[in-house]
Design a protein around this ligand. Structure first.
Ligand SMILES: Cc1ncc(COP(=O)(O)O)c(C=O)c1O
Length: 441
């Protein structure tokens, strides 16, 4: 007899009383959770500590961390060099109200790695990075609208919280999606200023961009690394279309940057006008960055004359985040990235072989070392395909993997591997998925 979701939840509750108590204690002060992404049913595990590729919860259970703080912890937890850099910076000073020199070092390291990056600015989150990149694009082009892809996520400011996961009955035709606001309280202009493009359909992108070219400041492209199966040809088509129509291309590297020394844009062979970064480049501290063409970014340079453009923030380019980020980049050598990507390929191949073996309509999508698991057969190349996947077994699989000591992202989307992992961890995860399926499918 198959194990039900209710049985798995009951087992989860029995195994995590301390997490439950802490959740109950905190929920009235935090409106349910300290942040939206920290909640999943029936209540989230509270973690006590992390080391290497492992996490320990407050009930003393150990997990292989396959989420890695929303993909940010590419080196896992407690990396010695990152911790040493953080300690050293903290001894010198945490926030000194002046540049400390390390900002230029990490700026140079980023520009050395990414061909299309001539200048860069640091902020506190990916959200802030896309906000400033869009503002720059609007100011430079003197046009008000932006285009983004249906299902693409670029953070939580109004301009980009449009058609992130729209209900299909509101989303319009697949090749001409309607702009749907994501959250209550957004400015009505967010949707009216957004043109929504479908992933993996270059003809529709060409048509929509051509139709709106005179009012578009930019096309924002989130490649949905490890979430959608986006082909390099499609990325190159988007670059070609935007260039032909004179529209700035803003490429979101916030998740995909870990795929290669030069980011996912290097893998795709594209040169965006602006790129946005976050997650791994802060070594686990809050960070974001945006940059690209010098003629665009130099509009922020008010040192010679007032340009009318400005970007700043109290904690932008925070010393500790810069130190941790630089140490992380130094550790993220071509060899480390090759190791991570090989683990990703091993996981994808083994999971897909397992699903085929068991004749289960499921698949793993993987870009480098970021992966998702879906219950569906066809390619997951756009938002509509993702929305059509069967969600019934996602939560049972998630809970069963927790029980077996593997902590994935809730929903099993945008999970991530870390450098301390070895093939044994991958084989263990695949075996755990196999055990789970035997129980639930
Ligand atoms: C592709 C992408 N862009 C932007 C963001 C926003 O970054 P942050 O959460 O640091 O604001 C995220 C966050 O998950 C993301 O996945």
């Amino acid at each position: 007899m198959l194990t039900s979701l209710a049985d798995l939840e009951a087992r989860y509750r029995r195994a995590s009383p301390n997490s439950r108590a802490l959740f109950e204690q905190g929920r009235s002060y935090t409106a349910g959770a300290a942040k939206g992404a920290y909640y999943y049913p029936p209540y989230p595990l509270t973690m006590a500590r992390g080391q290497g590729c492992y996490l320990w919860d407050v009930d003393g259970r150990r997990y292989v961390d396959c989420a890695n703080h929303h993909t940010a912890q590419v080196l896992g937890h407690g990396n010695e060099l990152v911790e040493a850099a953080v300690r050293e910076q903290m001894q010198k000073g945490i926030a000194l109200g002046a540049p400390i020199g390390i900002e230029s070092e990490i700026a140079r390291a980023m520009c050395d790695r990414v061909d299309a990056l001539e200048r860069i600015r640091f902020v506190n989150s990916g959200t802030e990075a896309t906000l400033h990149a869009i503002r720059l694009a609007r100011g430079y082009t003197q046009r008000g609208k932006i285009a983004k892809f249906e299902g693409g996520y670029h953070g939580s400011h109004d301009a980009v919280e449009v058609s992130v996961a729209p209900p299909l009955d509101q989303a319009g035709p697949a090749d001409a999606p309607i702009a749907v606001p994501t959250a209550g309280g957004m400015s009505p202009s967010a949707a009216s200023e957004a043109i929504i493009l479908p992933y993996s359909d270059p003809e529709a992108v060409e048509r929509l961009v051509a139709e709106h070219a005179s009012e578009l400041a930019c096309v924002l492209f989130d490649p949905k690394a490890g979430v959608l199966d986006i082909q390099p040809d499609f990325a190159r088509a988007v670059r070609d279309i935007t260039r032909r129509h004179g529209i700035l291309l803003i490429f979101d590297e916030i998740v995909g940057f870990r795929t290669s020394v030069g980011g996912l844009q290097e893998v795709y062979g594209i040169d965006p006008d602006l790129s946005c970064f976050g997650k791994i480049i802060g070594g686990g501290f809050p960070v974001g960055a945006f940059g690209g063409r010098a003629d665009l970014m130099d509009l922020f340079d008010n040192s010679q004359q007032a340009t009318g453009f400005f970007q700043s923030g109290t904690f932008s380019a925070h010393p500790v985040a810069m130190a941790a980020g630089l140490a992380t980049l130094n550790e993220l050598t071509p060899q480390t990235i090759a190791h991570l990507n090989a683990l990703g390929t091993r996981l994808k191949d083994q999971l897909n072989a397992l699903f085929a073996d068991r004749a289960i309509a499921a698949q793993a999508v993987c870009t480098g070392s970021v992966f998702s698991i879906y219950f569906a057969r066809g390619p997951i190349a756009n938002y509509r395909a993702l929305a059509a996947t069967d969600k019934t077994l996602i939560q049972p699989l998630f809970l069963s993997l927790i029980e077996q000591g593997y902590f994935l992202g809730p929903g099993l989307g945008m999970c991530a591997l870390s450098a301390p992992m070895d093939p044994g961890h991958i084989d263990g995860l695949v075996a755990a998925v196999g055990n789970a399926l035997a129980e639930i499918a």
